[in-house]
Write a protein that binds this ligand. Structure first.
Ligand SMILES: [Zn+2]
Length: 302
């Protein structure tokens, strides 16, 4: 059993899952890990402690910021689809030697690695690609989901395959360990931004966290869902979309992407799914709140 960092929930440690029946789909929000809490002003360098006072409900009891490092499993007409792939088995030195628990979480949902039909990446930061490849018995990295197609958008692939200067080393190392073996095995598909990687899902460019960062739009029976990954890292950003998390590569683009998504999705009722919101508040709706917006979770914790 994989050791996981975080609250000891579930048999293996930190296994925490949100579940929601939605149209023809079942959506499971899986926390691969939860890192140690940090000062929110460290994660959002332009904010002060006073800025966080109206948003205390999104912090721990001690006023700390503690996001989940999550991904989503979809089961429905398009098969079994994983949106992003967590931090990996670890230990991950950048996260205090945290280990991910995605495979345990999938097992708890009755899903074996060979059941996964597609892995769709929103972007290629280290905390979204970790389980993509695993070493075989000889230590050679192989695709971890042996039947799956792996898909990434063209702009994101171009950014990372160019070896971007100024990007922190743990991201580049994860790219080399988890993504390049997919490319070598011939199972990584690079698709046009805004295209449809699987029937029923469409990529939506949402640049900011990375230049090629994309959401995934799913429609079912007139209902809409948009998996927005790292559009925000904390629900407080729905009310404060001008705040930028320190991992944002293009902060100005991120602000525009947030406002665009909130403006449109507050109108049409799209279900939103955030990769880093704690499980239980990771699925929900953006609602109008005066001149701005607020986050309204749908209670789903399994
Ligand atoms: Zn992330």
């Amino acid at each position: 059993m994989v050791r996981c960092v975080g609250d000891p929930v579930g048999k293996g440690g930190y296994v925490r899952i949100s579940r929601l029946a939605w149209g023809d789909f079942e959506i499971a929000g899986i926390a691969d890990a939860r890192p140690a809490p940090v000062d929110p002003c460290r994660s959002y360098p332009a904010t002060s402690p006073a800025d966080w006072e109206p948003h205390r409900r999104w912090l721990t009891a001690e006023g700390q910021f503690q996001p989940d490092l999550g991904c989503f499993l979809l089961r429905g007409p398009m098969g079994v689809v994983l949106i992003d792939a967590g931090i990996g088995p670890g230990p991950v030195p950048y996260l205090g030697d945290a280990d991910g628990c995605l495979i345990d979480a999938l097992a708890a949902l009755g899903v074996a690695p060979a059941d996964v039909d597609a892995v769709l990446f929103t972007h290629l930061h280290f905390d979204h690609i970790g389980w993509a490849s695993l070493p075989d018995a000889h230590g050679v990295p192989r695709p971890a989901f042996p039947r799956a197609r792996y898909v990434v958008g063209a702009a994101e692939w171009a950014f990372w395959s160019a070896g971007p200067a100024g990007v922190m080393a743990h991201h580049r190392e994860a790219f080399a360990r988890a993504i390049l073996p997919l490319s070598a095995a011939g199972v990584l598909e690079v698709v046009a931004d805004g295209s449809s990687p699987v029937a029923g899902a469409t990529y939506v460019p949402l640049p900011g966290n990375t230049p090629g960062h994309q959401g995934l739009r799913i429609e079912s029976g007139g209902a809409r869902a948009l998996f927005v990954a790292d559009l925000c890292h904390c629900p407080a950003q729905v009310a404060a979309p001008h705040w930028s998390h320190r991992s944002d590569v293009e902060p100005d683009a991120g602000r525009l992407s947030r406002r665009h998504v909130f403006e449109t999705c507050a109108e049409d009722g799209t279900l939103l799914a955030f990769g880093h919101f704690p499980r239980g508040v990771d699925l929900g709706h953006v609602r109008r709140d005066g001149a701005g917006w607020r986050w309204e979770p749908r209670a789903t914790l399994a």
